[in-house]
Write a protein of this length. Structure first.
Length: 556
């Protein structure tokens, strides 16, 4: 579709009028609120007038609203006003450090929120000059809404990476980017107006925002939302909602399928009706064959079909979707020393090209070789917001056959035109559906553990059988070995608290090493590639493991 999101909102308000677009479910899978196509447009247009009256057009505005209709109204109001909405995660909103970093990176001077959530803004944010506009209590002195002149190439919104705090990167998504990706999703998923979407994914997550907010608007289908906190507290609610409303399109990261299999008993599964769930997509983090196989087996009694599984690949830099296919197909590559089965992520969507290049030279590799995955399509963003150096490397670093390719930092293989993902080159940890920069995690720990005698630390993902864990290694400084004032357990507890406070995720394991315990490169940098080996040697010893009870905060 040509045009802009403004055109899409206007056309759907006229064509679909009072048909339900977005419905919100309570804990019992009962509808608590519904927005029709027309109601969304009218309410968003009304608040867009407020934003225009406050001179927000052509500027980033932070959207910090709960997981409800207020977020959707605020988000689309900003777009209608010609502003650039920036979804704010719950963790960043609660963290003064994270919020200040986001203000610095985005240059935003306005935040859209609700009365209740604005009252919970961290006190440290009071030092940031900003205007707070309440979507649930809009000003009454605004002028009527005037439709701005917006082109397809203009910025629609800015999607900040979910795990960065000290140096967040904002992907600048244009109207052309998002509508192209929505069309790719429609075609590959074979979506129609008769489909029913169900999602527990947070709106600040690109999979939740593009897949279940913008794609339903584009296709004209009805989407139901669960609160992410309710899902994490009781994963059965996700499947109960699909069963109750007849959901046909739903999914999430690997951990969601694992949690559902673990937490929903065979007896509870037997009363579910999942035969209408025709497309169960899985992406956003490493997909483990065993996770999806166990899920399909457990819920076969509910009518779920294994062929409904839809492993896929995507990234925020390409708006969301890149490739995917029905069915759980795996393959190993012994000749490349890849002996474990790897999930096939399908062919690139129509209009997209995927190549594999040498990570150092950027030169294209022949099919069947391991290299860095690169993507080219009209869905790929042009740049990161106010970050020319990173933009040049990622978005303009690879050219092939006259095309410009986006570097993903992911290691993969193209085999028979299908993508198999192996891991990551860059120091990004993908865990529970979110991305966390290792450098940011480590910086937060080091700053908070100076008084605890910790001089170095390393954060990394550790793959153990069929699961991937977030592991932190702390190194004691010189002179702390005999210091009885601070115990290793004190260090572990403090490090866990720091990660929860700043990033909203609980590490799976934290260990303390002696002086020189961390592997270093010749230049004195931490050698993360060797850290899993160090950790592997520690597993047989004393276990200072931290529980996973805080997983909900990573997505809420």
């Amino acid at each position: 579709m040509d045009g802009t999101l403004l055109d899409l909102l206007e056309q759907n308000a006229a064509l679909n009028a009072d048909r339900p677009l977005y419905s919100f479910l309570d804990r019992q899978s009962q509808i608590s609120c519904t927005l029709s196509f027309r109601a969304l447009y009218e309410q968003a247009k009304r608040f867009a007038g407020v934003l225009q009256n406050r001179q927000c057009g052509g500027k980033p505005v932070l959207v910090m609203c709960p997981h409800g209709p207020e977020f959707l109204i605020a988000f689309f109001a900003a777009i209608l006003a010609g502003a650039w909405p920036v979804p704010v995660t719950r963790q960043r909103a609660r963290s003064g450090t994270g919020l200040r970093a986001l203000f610095r990176a985005s240059g935003a001077a306005t935040i859209i929120s609700t009365s209740a959530q604005a009252a919970s803004l961290p006190k440290s944010a009071a030092n940031v000059p900003l205007q707070v506009l309440l979507v649930d209590k809009p000003a009454i002195d605004s002028n009527p809404y005037l439709r701005p002149a917006i082109a397809e190439s203009d910025t629609a919104f800015i999607q900040y990476t979910s795990g960065s705090t000290s140096s967040p990167k904002g992907v600048v998504i244009s109207h052309a980017n998002v509508l192209h990706n929505a069309e790719q999703i429609r075609r590959v998923f074979a979506c129609t107006k008769s489909d029913i979407g169900v999602s527990w994914l947070p709106f600040h997550h690109d999979m939740g925002l593009i897949g279940h907010v913008i794609a339903p608007l584009y296709v004209g289908l009805h989407n139901y939302f669960l609160n992410p906190v309710n899902f994490m507290a009781r994963p059965a609610r996700w499947l109960q909602a699909i069963s109750a409303v007849g959901g046909t399109l739903s999914g999430g990261p690997d951990f969601a399928f694992a949690m559902a299999t673990e937490k929903v008993s065979e007896q509870d599964a037997a009363v579910l009706s999942l035969q209408q769930w025709r497309l169960a997509y899985c992406g956003a983090e490493k997909i483990r064959p065993g996770t999806l196989a166990r899920f399909a087996h457990r819920f076969s009694v509910s009518g779920f079909r294994r062929r409904s599984l839809f492993p896929c690949y995507g990234l925020a830099e390409s708006t969301l979707f890149v490739s995917g296919q029905h069915g759980l197909i795996t393959r190993s590559f012994p000749g490349l020393n890849v002996n474990r089965p790897v999930v096939c992520l399908g062919q690139p969507a129509p209009g997209s090209s995927v190549i594999v290049v040498d990570a150092d030279s950027g030169s294209r590799l022949a099919a069947g070789n391991i290299g860095e995955v690169c993507v080219s399509s009209a869905s790929v963003a042009e740049c990161y917001f106010h970050d020319p150096a990173a933009s040049s490397h990622v978005f303009n670093g690879v050219h092939d056959n006259g095309k410009q390719f986006c570097r993903t930092g992911d290691r993969g293989i193209l085999y028979q035109d299908r993508l198999f993902l192996l891991g990551r080159y860059k120091n990004v940890i993908k865990c529970r559906g979110c991305s966390y920069h290792a450098e940011d995690l480590e910086a937060g720990i080091r700053e908070g553990l100076v008084q605890y005698g910790v001089t170095r630390c390393a954060a990394f993902a550790f793959t153990d059988r069929d699961s991937e864990k977030l592991v932190i290694l702390l190194e004691r400084g010189r002179g702390t070995e005999s210091n009885g004032k601070v115990s290793d357990q004190n260090r572990i507890d403090r490090a866990a608290a720091l990660i929860v406070e700043e990033f909203g995720i609980v590490p799976d394991d934290i260990r303390v090493l002696p002086v020189h315990g961390l592997p270093l490169t010749s230049s004195g940098k931490i050698c993360r590639g060797q850290c899993p080996d160090v950790y592997q040697q520690l597993i047989g010893g004393h276990n200072d493991r931290v529980g996973r009870q805080g997983m909900a905060s990573g997505v809420a």
